[in-house]
Design a protein around this ligand. Sequence first.
Ligand SMILES: [Zn+2]
Length: 211
Amino acid sequence: MIIVLFGKPGAGKGTQAPLLAKELDVPTLATGDVLRAAKRAGTKLGLEAKGFMDRGDLVPDSVILGILGEELSQPQYVKGVILDGAVRTVPQAEGLRQMLASLGRKLDVVLAFDIDNDEIARRLSDRTVCERCQTPYTGRKVGDVCDKCGGALMRRKDDDPDAIRTRLRVYDEETAPVLEWYRAHGDRVVIVNAVGAVHDITTSALAGLEK
Ligand SMILES: [Zn+2]
């Protein structure tokens, strides 16, 4: 079973991915992790990606898809995989389809976590991080003391409410058409309400997949 997780930044994909993986008994594959691993391992595509990153450029889709494809050819993904962060734009959706086809495989379902922008802004603005050791916290105030090192907690620049709204606007423009693209191509799209307790969201995601 090949599942693509889809949803706004802050929708909880990263939290749900390992929980769903455990229930479905398939590994997860987060694009950012694979990219960093390929860079560390010094594979041909990994070095190519490194070149772009070192210059401060975005790594092109073709390089990212190549790295994902090499990873997906490994035996641990024979049963399936949960892809996190693989598709944010229509060209990436097209690229992923071609890459999977070249491996003789096919996407089974797009699992989209649905949450409105106000809720995400509220969630993300509740996040702080230790300025010294970078430990993340939720539900703590700016200026509180870090449990680990005694440093002060600060808000990440990315989590500033204005920055969040800009990110969500970019998301709406770039990524909302992706679900339409999948539907137009006859792919199965399951929408899950991503507001509520973590366990309840996992349960409704699994129920949606079983239908
Ligand atoms: Zn700390």
